[in-house]
Design a protein around this ligand. Structure first.
Ligand code: ATP
Ligand code: MG
Length: 415
């Protein structure tokens, strides 16, 4: 893509009304636009990142047997009244709206009720199970705080998967498989090393749920980590009783701030019992389906990548989620050659070509650092004298002169 085709512009300064690093950088670089507190729109560069994250999650969910759907954002109060969760005291983040013709609707904040209700039409026998259903779907939550940029917003896309199993063992096996898939997702997105599967409170059906917490100063949560045993515990369940149950002692734990990038939750038969989702066993006995829910916020994940990898010059995207792999910059006097290289590179890589004629080289370099594309490739008269280009890795700042003939191989190496 040519940079002159991008309608977005970078700003010289970070916005003053943002507290979080991710919002400051993403707005300054033109990835997102702030509509109001806690509400952001995604612009071309930001949408490319978001879609790459969604692509990674989708691959991993399909790999464990997920079937993708898209449920509606407008929700019928009737199913929520059945579960007792229509009440604002039970779910305190509801956005609700009124119908002109009378009556109220809910704006989706999660989907246990509508999906459980829907599955009643498709699940009757043990032969219809297990099922794993997921979506990337817009949630609305009337969050009290909105100070973490795109990591906590009042409207956001969530990947939510729901599992429907026959037995506790079948449920547990999938739960563990999904936990592994989550670690793969966070590793592929570049934050695996600092992301911990973390014991958190479990609700009414099991003692614990599991959060995936990425250590980061900007996190809203506090966790305790035993790095030797690779066990982490959320502060909310950090008690003597839990510690002894997990066989760890306070002395081995380090306290850290962390961002909850994902959450998996045993639901037992809570929703299936309340909404009547049952199946017949081989013996003909009706039983409630055993459920679990599994969430990830792609935008929160994107904000987390910015928070943990950015440096003082700007964002630093891992190749896997970067808006482009290569940022090509031609210095004055080599326009024809830069144009030729752009076409050549585009055959095997995603390239953003800074073809802005009026912009000084220094400004282009600063923008490249701010935008954070993994490889910056500069062509100049000097590099061309050696049939080469200058390649800078954004991650570590290493600069190398690479012969054009070897560029494809060089850019294909893992960073
Ligand atoms: P939190 O504890 O941070 O409020 P939650 O426990 O309510 O989140 P879930 O309902 O389990 O979150 O949602 C699943 C995932 O969706 C979370 O792990 C997070 O990645 C993402 N998420 C939740 N709330 C938001 C939000 N307001 N903005 C962006 N992403 C969110
Ligand atoms: Mg939570």
């Amino acid at each position: 893509m040519r940079q002159t085709q991008l309608f977005t512009k970078t700003s010289r300064h970070a916005p003053k009304d943002e507290e979080s690093k991710n919002a400051k950088l993403l707005i300054q670089a033109g990835f997102v636009h702030k509509e109001m507190a806690g509400v952001y729109s995604f612009l071309p560069l930001g949408l490319r990142v978001l879609n790459k994250i969604i692509g990674i999650i989708r691959e991993e969910m399909n790999a464990i047997g997920g079937e993708e759907v898209l449920l509606s954002s407008l929700q019928d109060p009737a199913v929520w009244k059945k579960s007792g969760r229509w009440d604002d005291k039970v779910i305190n983040v509801w956005f609700k709206t009124k119908l002109l013709s009378q009556g109220e609707l809910g704006l989706a904040n999660t989907h246990e009720e509508p999906l459980t209700n829907l599955m009643r039409e498709h699940i009757a026998s043990y032969r219809d199970l297990p099922r794993y259903v997921y979506q990337f779907q817009t949630k609305f939550r009337n969050e009290l705080r909105a100070k973490s940029g795109i990591m906590r917003t009042r409207e956001f896309i969530m990947k939510d998967l729901y599992s429907f199993s026959r037995t506790e063992e079948e449920f547990r096996a999938f739960y563990e498989q999904c936990a592994k898939a989550y670690m793969k997702i966070f590793t592929r997105a570049g934050i695996g090393e600092r992301t911990y599967r973390t014991f958190a409170s479990g609700g009414s059906f099991s003692k614990f749920s599991d959060e995936f917490q990425t250590t980061c100063q900007a996190g809203e949560d506090t966790i305790y980590i035993d790095k030797k045993k690779n066990i982490a515990i959320n502060k909310e369940v950090y008690t003597e009783e839990v510690l002894s149950e997990l066989g760890i002692t306070k002395s081995g734990l380090s306290e850290e701030r962390a961002i909850e990038v994902g959450n998996i939750f045993p639901l037992g038969t809570k929703f299936s019992s309340l909404l009547g989702l049952t199946f017949k066993t081989a013996e003909g006995i009706a039983k409630p389906v055993i459920m679990g829910s599994y969430g990830i916020g792609p935008a929160r994940l994107m904000g987390t990548v910015v928070e943990v990898l950015a440096d003082e010059k700007g964002m630093v995207w891992p190749v896997s989620v970067a808006p482009f792999r290569v940022h090509l910059i031609g210095l004055p006097g080599v326009e024809v050659e830069a144009e030729k290289l752009y076409k050549e590179l585009s055959r095997y890589a995603e390239v953003l070509y800074d073809d802005r004629a009026e912009v000084r080289a220094g400004e282009k370099f600063a923008d490249a650092d701010l935008i954070g594309i993994p490889y910056r490739v500069v062509v100049s008269k000097k590099t061309l004298e050696q049939k080469s280009v200058e390649v800078k890795a954004r991650k570590n700042g290493h600069i190398e002169l690479i012969p054009i003939a070897e560029l494809q191989n060089f850019l294909a190496r893992p960073l």
